[in-house]
Write a protein that binds this ligand. Structure first.
Ligand SMILES: Nc1nc2c(ncn2[C@@H]2O[C@H](COP(=O)(O)OP(=O)(O)O)[C@@H](O)[C@H]2O)c(=O)[nH]1
Ligand SMILES: [Mg+2]
Length: 219
């Protein structure tokens, strides 16, 4: 037996209004915005540390970190050389919303041209809240198992890019990266796919080239 739960429409409508305001502002300032979503521990921050280290000389990049508690991720991203980083602690809320991002970007320096948002680790709620972003990127880790794209289809349907991370673990977790990709593409055939190991660096150049090449028109 299955029961479906719907998030309160009013909360989502209020978020949409704020996200539209953000979209207009980001467009006027020519800032490309990407929203990284995943389960906790899939490797978002590690991927971003490596990415920032590679791209910060090419593009002035700002990062908003979303976590329920702690500022450890913001410290990691600052050490990696980001142009600007701000930590949001949601204090129990399982996703970022547009009003949180709106408050954060009020403090952002004017010369940031790429804004990366690391959402709270959760495979459900973040996909329901538009943050005024141009691209949603789902980071799936091989260690989660092959069934996750179909168990959490909302995240995969809302995303336009997939990073299959932790490919170095394939032999240990008995998951074939290509099978993971196949499962994800069955949920959303339009996903642009990258296969990476944030620890060994495999696949990162291709991902960084795509990220730095994004323009407002691609959004
Ligand atoms: N083996 C392996 N471990 C990784 C990889 N990426 C991240 N990790 C590890 O996974 C754990 C969670 O990473 P983190 O970046 O904090 O994940 P987040 O919660 O999604 O931000 C850490 O112990 C990382 O060192 C990877 O590509 N391969
Ligand atoms: Mg993190």
């Amino acid at each position: 037996m299955t029961t479906t739960i719907h998030i309160d429409k009013k909360i989502l409508e209020k978020n949409e209004v704020c996200a539209e305001r953000l979209k207009k502002m980001f467009f006027a300032k020519n800032i490309v915005v990407v929203n990284f979503m995943s389960s906790p521990g899939a490797g978002k921050t590690t991927l971003l540390e490596k990415t920032i280290a590679k791209i910060s000389r090419v593009k002035k990049t700002g990062v908003i970190e979303g976590d329920i508690a702690t500022d450890g991720d913001a410290r990691r991203i600052e050490s990696a050389g980001a142009g600007w980083v701000l930590q949001i602690n949601t204090d129990g809320i399982c996703h970022l919303d547009a009003s949180m991002v709106e408050k954060a970007v009020a403090e952002m320096p004017q010369d940031i041209k790429l804004l990366i948002i690391e959402n709270v680790g959760n495979l459900v709620c973040p996909s329901g809240f538009d943050l005024g972003d141009d691209h949603k990127i789902i980071v799936g880790s091989l260690a989660e198992g092959l069934d996750k794209p179909k168990k959490y289809p909302g995240m995969y349907r809302k995303s336009d890019a997939l990073v299959v991370n932790k490919i170095d673990l394939a032999p240990y977790v008995n998951v074939d990266p290509d099978k993971f990709v196949k499962e994800a593409l069955e949920v959303n055939p339009n996903l642009r796919v990258f296969k990476t190991s944030a620890t060994t660096g495999e696949g990162l150049d291709e991902f960084c080239d795509w990220l730095t090449g994004l323009t407002k028109k691609d959004g």
